[in-house]
Structure formats: C-alpha cells, structure tokens
Design a protein around this ligand. Structure first.
Ligand code: 8YV
Length: 338
C-alpha cells in the first residue's frame, strides 16, 4: 500500500490530467465516461480519500450519508457545485472544493458568441448556405438582423463570469446594467459604465438582453420566473450559460412562441426528459439558439480545471486549507427570490 491519496474520478478527463493524476495519486477513473449511479459512486469510492465529481454527479444528502468514512474531500471538476448538497456535506464534516477562475474567460467568450448569434442570425446564415443550399446571393435587404451596439444588457450575477461578460459587452458598445448579491466597487463599475440595480424587476424592464451569471442555489432557483419574464421589455431576449433551473423554461418558451420575447440563446436547458420539443421547434425557426453546455468547453480550460482539482487535492491531503474550498455565502435579498 502506498501513502498516495486515493481518488475516484467519476468521468474521463483530458489525457494529460489523467496521466498527472495517475502519477500523483492512486487513481480510479470511471473509464466508461457514463454518469455513475449513486450505488456505483458508493462502490467506487470505497477506501478512497477523495471523490472527484462533475456536474453530472448527483451528490445528495442520501449519498453523502452513505459515503464511507475514508472520504473527506469532494473535489468538484467545475465551477458550479449545485449538484452537491453542500449543507449535508458540511454537516458530515466533508470539505468541498471547485475550480473557479480558470473557465471564466472562455465562458464569457461563449456568452458573447451567443449574444451575437441571435440578432446577427448567425446559425440561420450557415443553415441557408449549408443545410438548405438555398442561398440566393447577396442583396441589400437580405438576412438583415439587428444591431447589438447601443442595446442595454442586464447581467444577473456580477461575479467573475458576469464581470468578464460585461467587459466584452462594453467593448461591443452595449450599455451595462447589473443586479447582484453585492454592489461592485467604483473601480469595477466605472470602467464598465455599469448601472447597479438593487432590485431585479426594474432592471428587467430597462434592458434588451438579460444574461444569467449567478450560481444555482435555493435563492436563485427560478430567479427568472414567469412573472419576471413578463417584466421584460417586449422583444427582449434571454441568454443563459449558467444553469437551466434559473429560468422558468416553459414560461420562456410560451413568451417566445407568442412573440412577446424575441428569443433566447441557451447553452443550458432542461434535459431531464430530453430537450423540450417546443424549444427545439423554436431553434428550427431560429428564434432560439441552442448549444449543449459548451461554454467552458475548451481544451485549455479543461486542463486548467484538472490542474486546479489536483492542487485542491494535494493541499487538502497535506493538511492545509485547499485554495478553492466552498464556504457558506450570504443569501440574496428577499426581493430577489423566485
Ligand atoms: C463544466 C460548468 O462543464 O463549471 C461549471 O459550473 O457548468 C461547466 O463549466 C461542468 O460543470 C463540469 O463539471
């Protein structure tokens, strides 16, 4: 038996990361890359020190209660930890870590790509050429979209990712508005020319694009409820690279179908029983742009996420405070709860 930390990795990771983990730790990787059931996780983690999890692992109170005593760290490969019942984990004396920062810029890039895709008819433009083979050539009035510059962007959640999106959007000439748990200091607000809204609803009434960048918590679940969608400007659109549960998806679909909202650009959507066919239909008619949870999906980000997991494990196993330990945060103001 070696003194190396023993870890279970629930999904395949980039080769370089798996190789480094194999030298540093006694590593078991779920070679199938299929989401493990709770029983599979429990069997796999027997005798391990660390569970390396991803967003597709449901680590609820029941699973946490059944974890073997040997497991003391849940090291999430990812920024959001909404798949983990944090309260249950803390109550059980477990440490939970994540991999923030290294995926911020790539996620913000994808948000920008999606923000442009809808008004500039990007997906439709390629469809006309490739799928339908029906491009009739250039004309002064063909494929006209609408200008992004000058529009008002409302950011919900001005953390690392929200701020990175705001910086890009500012360079594209958008006016930046935000609602967030904490007002950002003048040093952040001023270069962005950002307007802070202490209440969400009035911001929704004032902006052309609502972009979600909050973590999914009890407080932020359904933060874009049907009632709040109704506060949005007619013809506005929703951008989501965060989590599907932040939006009332059926209500969003209805408001796009009726023409009340212009559309949505979604990297995340409810996929529990497959993608809603009505959402797919709206994507067919290019009122919705859909990508499948790709916002942080660059090889570089995945490698840095893996390296961050490794640092978290090593510091923790050396008896120190891991750099990206998740600790309780203060809740949102009451007015923001969905
Ligand atoms: C990851 C994400 O793909 O980090 C997050 O919160 O949503 C994505 O970047 C996924 O979570 C990996 O576990």
């Amino acid at each position: 038996t070696s003194s190396k930390p023993k870890i279970l990795v629930t999904r395949r990771l980039p080769e370089t990361i798996e190789a480094r983990m194999a030298t540093l730790f006694e590593t078991d990787v779920n070679e199938t890359d299929q989401t493990l059931t709770a029983d599979d996780i429990l069997a796999g983690v027997e005798g391990k020190d660390v569970l390396v999890s991803t967003i597709t692992d449901r680590i609820d109170a029941d699973l946490i209660a059944r974890l073997p005593q040997s497991v003391r760290l849940i090291a999430q490969f990812g920024n959001g930890v909404d798949n983990i019942d944090l309260e249950a984990a803390w109550a059980a004396g477990l440490t939970v870590t994540n991999t923030p920062s290294v995926l911020t810029e790539d996620t913000a890039d994808m948000a920008m790509a999606l923000m442009l895709a809808l008004p500039r008819r990007l997906v439709e433009g390629t469809q006309v050429l490739l799928r339908d083979r029906s491009w009739a050539g250039w004309s002064p009035t063909s494929m006209l979209g609408s200008r992004l510059r000058g529009k008002a962007l409302g950011i919900v959640g001005m953390g690392r990712i929200g701020t990175a999106v705001a910086q890009r959007a500012r360079a594209f000439g958008l006016n930046i508005h935000y609602f967030s748990r904490n007002r950002r200091p003048p040093g952040v607000e001023e270069p962005l020319g950002a307007t802070y809204w202490p209440e969400l609803e009035p911001m929704l009434e004032a902006v052309d694009i609502v972009s979600l960048h909050t973590p999914l918590t009890r407080d932020t679940t359904n933060i874009l409820s049907a009632e709040r969608l109704d506060r949005m400007k007619p013809g506005a659109y929703v951008l989501n690279v965060s989590r599907p549960e932040l939006v009332d998806e059926v209500a969003l679909i209805e408001r796009i179908e009726s023409g009340r909202l212009a559309g949505a650009a979604l990297d995340v959507f409810d996929n529990r029983r497959g993608i809603n066919p009505r959402l797919l239909a709206l994507a067919e008619t290019n009122q919705v742009v859909l990508t499948g949870h790709m916002a942080s999906a660059t090889l570089e980000a995945r490698i840095e996420m893996g390296e961050t997991v490794i640092v978290n494990i090593r510091t923790f196993m050396d008896g120190h405070q891991p750099p990206h330990r998740i600790l309780p945060e203060k809740p949102l103001p009451k007015s923001a709860r969905g």
